[in-house]
Structures are given as C-alpha cells and as structure tokens.
Design a protein around this ligand. Structure first.
Ligand SMILES: Nc1ncnc2c1ncn2[C@@H]1O[C@H](COP(=O)(O)OP(=O)(O)OP(=O)(O)O)[C@@H](O)[C@H]1O
Ligand SMILES: [Mg+2]
Length: 249
C-alpha cells in the first residue's frame, strides 16, 4: 500500500475535493483498492461518501478501536473509508495529554495492519497542523501540498514545506512530491503566482482549472465529478495530474 497525504493548513484550497475525486479515479480507472482516511473533524470526506454511524478515526487515535473495525465500505466498489467526526477534536487533545503513548506513530502502526488490503491510501488533512496531521505525515510515503494561486497561498506553502522537513525527524522516508495548484485561471495574475511559487518549491506541471459550478453541484449531490461532469476542466485536469503523479513513481 502506498500512502499519500493531501495537505495544506490553508482552508478551502480543494484538499477534500481533490481527495474524493482522486479516490474515485484511482478505483474506477486504475482498478486499485483505495482507502480514504478522513483526518478532518469537519468530516467532509465522510459526508461525501455518506459514512455510517460507527467507529471513526478518533477511536483509532485514542486506542479505543483497531483500524479494521473502523474501516467502512462506501457505495463505490474499491473505495473504503475511515470516517471522521467532531470527536476528532477531543481525540487530538487526548493524544497530546496521554504521556503513556507514542503520540505520532499511532496511525502508522494502524495502517500497517491493513497494508495488504489496499493499493493506495489517501489521507485528507484539515486546515491546521495538529497531532493527527503529524500522525498522517509520519504514516505517509508521499505528501502533496494543494494550494490556490494567490499571495497568501504562496506564503503558506513555504511554511508547509518547513513543517514537512521537520517531520522527517520521525519519518525520514517521507517524500514531498510537490505543490499542486488548484483553482487556476490562465490570467496574467495566475501566471505571476505560478512563477512566484516555482521559485520557492517544486510545482506539478498539471494545474487544476477553476471549475466552480460543476464542483459545487457534484458535491451537493455527493457524486464524483466523473459521474456528474466527466468532461469539465477539473475532471480532465485531475486525470492529467494522476498521470503525472504515477509517472513520477
Ligand atoms: N478547481 C476548483 N475550481 C473551483 N472551485 C473549486 C475547485 N476545487 C475546489 N473548489 C471548491 O472550493 C471549495 C473548497 O473545497 P474543499 O472543501 O475541497 O477545500 P479544502 O481544502 O478541503 O477545505 P478545508 O481546508 O476546509 O478542508 C468547495 O466549494 C469546492 O467545490
Ligand atoms: Mg477539506
């Protein structure tokens, strides 16, 4: 199993939209067995996959449940989910307070137990850095920063790269794959931001276009973009991104 963290402490850049649709593309087009970990107390991946009540990531982090008991099948063949809820907030605090556990390897040890059951694990992270995000990075092989092309986004990326470097103390094999630009528009401003970003970090060649209405509607209906509007800019760019990502393996 190969584990990817999708990350940025900046909110609303498209981490969840990219995670759920990437999961769909990996399962349906590449015929891979995918596990999605919803590592955000907002629970947006869980809402998208219409998760059932039951054990969640919070229970795994505080040692109340094993990962096998928390995994649920989704309506999509080939995509399983570890759901999240607001309990993840308390779990983050509990993990830090508990001096008896090694705080940053809980998720890595849990994922090791389902290593053979999946080909790919995608961890969608919240717009912050907390104990469960550190767990995600320690458990990951690769990390991808998603950002939007604007000045605050660019500043935040440099900081994220520093965090990733710091995590190498616990996970020396963590591979930073680069920064994926989402909500890109081919305007002078868009290209100026791209130029600035390329100065501070590796940037994926594929940029994901701004594709507002189609994404809102597909999320509202809880359908992947490939079911809702397979030819829209976002859907096509994400496939190109996936090809670029897999080529770099
Ligand atoms: N390429 C795009 N073009 C236009 N809108 C987009 C694009 N990607 C995502 N969005 C929209 O941006 C909003 C935020 O997306 P999303 O929830 O995926 O971001 P996020 O980074 O996961 O947010 P958070 O940090 O709160 O978890 C959503 O309304 C989504 O439909
Ligand atoms: Mg999100």
């Amino acid at each position: 199993m190969k584990t990817f963290s999708i990350i940025n402490k900046k909110g609303g850049v498209g981490k969840t939209t990219i995670t759920v649709n990437l999961a769909y593309a990996l399962a349906k087009s590449c015929d891979l067995r995918v596990l999605v970990i919803d590592n955000d107390d907002q629970g947006n991946d869980s809402q998208f996959f219409q998760s059932e009540e039951g054990l969640t990531l919070a229970d795994i982090l505080v040692g109340k449940a094993g990962i096998r008991d928390a995994v649920q099948h989704t309506r999509y063949d080939g995509i399983d989910l570890v759901a999240s809820s607001s309990a993840l907030l308390d779990a983050n605090v509990a993990v830090i307070k508990d001096e008896d556990i090694v705080q940053h390897t809980i998720l890595r040890e849990s994922l090791a137990q389902v290593e053979e059951a999946y080909d790919v694990c995608l961890i969608d992270n919240p717009p912050t850095i907390n104990a469960s995000v550190i767990n995600a990075l320690v458990a990951s092989d690769d990390v991808i920063i998603v950002t939007t092309p604007d000045i605050y986004g660019i500043r935040g990326v440099s900081q994220m790269v520093e965090y990733i470097e710091a995590i190498r103390k616990y996970n020396p094999y963590l591979r930073y794959r680069g920064c994926l630009i989402n909500k890109f528009s081919s305007t002078p401003h868009g290209f100026r931001c791209l130029y600035m970003l390329e100065k501070v970090t590796p940037v994926f060649r594929t940029r994901i276009r701004y594709t507002k209405d189609k994404l809102e509607a597909s999320a509202e209906e809880r359908r992947s973009i490939y079911e809702y509007s397979p030819n829209c800019g976002f859907a096509r760019d994400l496939v190109r991104f996936l090809e670029e990502l897999l080529k770099g393996e």
